[in-house]
Design a protein around this ligand. Sequence first.
Ligand code: HEC
Ligand code: HEC
Length: 480
Amino acid sequence: MMRVRKPVAAALCALALRGVLQAAESDGPEASAVPAPHRSLRWINPGESGGLAADGSYANDYGQVGVRNATGAVEATGAPFFAPLGTNGRACVSCHQPQDGMSLSLDSIRQQWRVTQGKDPIFAAVDGANCPSLPPRQSASHSLLLERGLFRVFLPWPPRNAQGQPIRPQFTLELVSDPAGCNADPQYGLGAAEPRVSVYRRPRAAANTAYATAPGLHLMSDARAPSLAAQAADAAATQLERREPLTAEQLAGIVGFESQVYVAQRIDRRAGSLVEPDGPALLGPLALERGARQAPQAGPREVLALDGKWNALPRSGDAVRDARNQARESIARGRELFVARRIPPPGKGAAIACASCHDSPLTGMDRQGWSDGGSAGLAAPAQGTVLPVFKLHCDARLPAPYGGQVRYTQDPGRALITGRCRDIDAFVTPSLRGLAARAPYLVTGAARTLREVVDFYDRHYGIGYSESEKEDLANFLAAL
Ligand code: HEC
Ligand code: HEC
């Protein structure tokens, strides 16, 4: 049996299966009374029999994430998203687990390593090892997955156009250092018969997809998948090591499942229920499900707005309630910092805010497509990173500022697909919903907690947040 969430969700699930869950988020007082969360094993194995409740809640370090299936309870048995469709025993669910907000947390990865002694198919050599040529089942061979939650993403170099023809990049790509060894590997690397460039990335959430597929928004950190179907076909061939194309029925089953599953944090360990009737309409997964039924791109004009609901809450003298209200006010202050706190401009540009790049109203994705948030680039070929370091040298004939530019990076991002210098280090911002369930963060997995994400931005841009501002911002991110 697929392990179902206890004890909150078991009750919810029973309700959900009877179709009682309708318009209102169902976690009322009994859910917010749940004691401090702890994580326990709710791992779903490929091909496991059982079902996924219409509405489930899963504990994480920050509270509980809600996972809603808009079409009702999902029969996972035999459903293609949950089935091992390839040759390595993996299913899509292997790396997109409900308990992790349909992504995969480092906690889960380490737990599976311990429980299965490294035999879980997520550790398959193809991309679950630093390089397929390394000895299997030794933690050193899987260090990027076990320490950072990173899977190897391998792409043809030079890039190919839609017709599969090599395109001429605007820059040369040189390997500066390669601790993982795969880019220099004779069989898998840049010098192989079929040259491949390997970068290492976090899984993104296979949920809330109505938003990522809305006009102007994109799937995958380098926008290389034009549609959910194209993404699934590619994932089947690479990550599941499936030899033949998926059938039309399998594709439809996968895309159908992904298109109806919504993920957002629902309970905060300090602020309590995030989905009370008089609370901010943005929070919780139902808000995303409702928003997707309207126009995902239109929606409210403001980014991740809390409607002023938690700005100044009364104090009652009741210690528990007052602490909860303080936590809610911190979340509201964090949201104001996210949209209004000026970030000193990189270079000569105008000052920006977090919400300049994270500007999609319900998800905080980037409506300009992709941008350089600064997580992959390096000022110099610094030593000490566990990731490969590449030196990119742009053609001198390009117009300023690109002509002759030299860039050092751990992952060139979108430029590995387009070959253009302006796309170096540019990434598609992922949805910021359900973040609490899927640590670590940033495409490089370098931030272990949401607080470390804030610290990263503070350092990178020299913002100068106070200690309490950092906390507010991290609390806001954790509530999404
Ligand atoms: C071995 C782990 C693994 C498996 C198995 C896997 N994925 Fe993923 N998935 C990833 C990683 C890593 C990324 C991010 C890659 C990138 O950004 O370049 C990703 C990204 C995605 C995204 C993009 C989400 C977004 O908003 O950008 C979708 C959708 C997705 N996967 C669906 C699937 C489907 C469908 C399957 C099964 C056919 C599958 N995945 C199997 C690891 C996995
Ligand atoms: C110049 C554009 C830009 C600015 C400004 C920016 N971001 Fe980002 N952000 C990105 C991009 C691009 C990514 C995806 C690449 C990555 O994860 O490293 C990202 C990733 C993130 C993630 C990680 C999501 C995940 O799933 O791992 C969080 C959280 C985040 N940003 C929060 C913020 C906050 C808070 C601020 C303000 C302090 C901010 N961002 C400012 C572009 C930006």
